[in-house]
Design a binder for this molecule. Structure first.
Ligand SMILES: [Zn+2]
Ligand SMILES: [Zn+2]
Length: 374
């Protein structure tokens, strides 16, 4: 404790308000001790946090969260992972940040010692969830295997933190990790270079920001496929050259007509059997399909078509290889208007209502952000 640095300008209370997961879909607000940062860690006062579709999955099914080797229910576990805030205390030896810095965070720190973490693929850490008792490999993924952000204070590894420019709002700063996830799929794993064609299926937050990032990277053309006109229009504003309404046109035929031989990249952010099949068949020979959604059931598709056409298929779960830092570079330069994805704001005390908006898409909600007032 004595090696932790606090400051009078950011007084840290002993206890905080925190939402914890009881039974599936049951959130209760309780008082919890404010955690204390260890080596290479920082305490962040949470100012804003976006609700993600994966939070809804965690609260309903438990997966992909893993607490003490199992589901996260009734374990005093606070979900939530897309947050930003202000540095409130520094762990021993931390001089990379100062108290008072505004930061946004990546979710996964990984364990830092396995083969994947050592190569920067910390979202694919081989020690996922191993951070308890004699299984403690130190794995961290906020709101999945370590405590999340639907509360007032959280611990973060310094590797996962990115400074927020003064002119970026708290709400927009919560979206950086979503853009970072899209960036990771396109560049670090995909190898996208300027001039290649990209199709994004599914105008949810990741899909819309994938459009924005792809356009900023010089992809051409960028085609967005969806069914909701209002979301497709937002996609256009974020940089889509062409939008296709899957209810109105045969998207496979349209993509082939536009690109000639199919797209170089297809990113499936919808994750249904139909969209996985569309993705495979609208990709050109030697092209790449990125699966960015998590289908809940097994999906049947023409795997022979993949083999014969030398199509690469890969999945992403979140960010990696510090792609979030690069996404911040685009957003700090205002290469696209990320705020278009943010539709609603609620107070942290009203989290259940905010979740209802996100889950039921009340009032066409896309990204719902929850803020703490101090
Ligand atoms: Zn998320
Ligand atoms: Zn690891």
């Amino acid at each position: 404790m004595s090696d932790v640095t606090y400051s009078e300008k950011m007084p840290v209370p002993e206890n905080m308000k925190a939402w914890v997961l009881g039974n599936p879909e049951e959130l209760v607000q309780i008082s919890k001790p404010v955690p204390v940062p260890a080596k290479a860690e920082v305490l962040i006062r949470i100012d804003a946090i976006a609700i993600c579709a994966t939070d809804l999955e965690v609260m309903k099914y438990g997966t992909p969260a893993m607490i003490e080797g199992g589901d996260p229910f009734n374990k005093n576990f606070t979900p939530g992972h897309e947050y930003m805030g202000t540095v409130a205390a520094l762990g021993p030896g931390v001089d990379e940040f100062e108290i008072g810095d505004r930061v946004t965070v990546e979710i996964h720190a990984g364990c830092g010692q396995c083969k994947r973490c050592r190569s920067g693929m910390y979202t694919s850490c081989h020690n996922y969830g191993l951070n308890y008792r004699d299984m403690n490999k130190g794995h961290r993924a906020n709101g999945f295997t370590s405590q999340g952000g639907f509360c007032q204070y959280a611990i973060n590894n310094i590797n996962t933190m990115i400074k927020v420019p003064d002119d970026m709002s708290d709400e927009v700063a919560t979206l950086v990790v979503t853009a970072g996830t899209s960036m990771y799929g396109l560049t670090e794993l995909g190898g996208l270079v300027a001039g290649e064609s990209v199709v994004v299926i599914g105008p949810g937050p990741i899909g819309l920001l994938a459009v924005a990032v792809a356009k900023s990277l010089g992809a051409s053309p960028v085609i967005l496929v969806g069914t909701r006109e209002n979301r497709l229009e937002i996609g256009r504003k974020l940089g889509a050259d062409i939008i296709l309404n899957a209810k109105q046109v045969d998207v496979e035929a349209e993509v082939k007509a536009i690109t000639g031989k199919g797209a170089d990249y297809v990113i499936d952010c919808a994750g249904s059997e139909e969209t996985v099949n569309q993705s495979v068949h609208m990709t050109n020979r030697g092209g790449k399909v990125c699966l960015a959604a998590f289908p809940k059931n097994a999906v049947t598709f023409d795997i022979g078509y993949l083999a014969v056409n030398n199509i690469y298929l890969y999945g992403i779960r979140g960010e990696g290889k510090s792609a979030t830092h690069r996404a911040m570079a685009f957003m700090a330069e205002k290469r696209f208007e990320a705020s278009l994805v943010h539709t609603h704001t609620f107070d942290m005390n009203d989290l259940p209502e905010a979740i209802r908006y996100a889950r039921d898409r009340v009032d066409d909600a896309i990204k719902v952000v929850v803020t703490n007032s101090y």
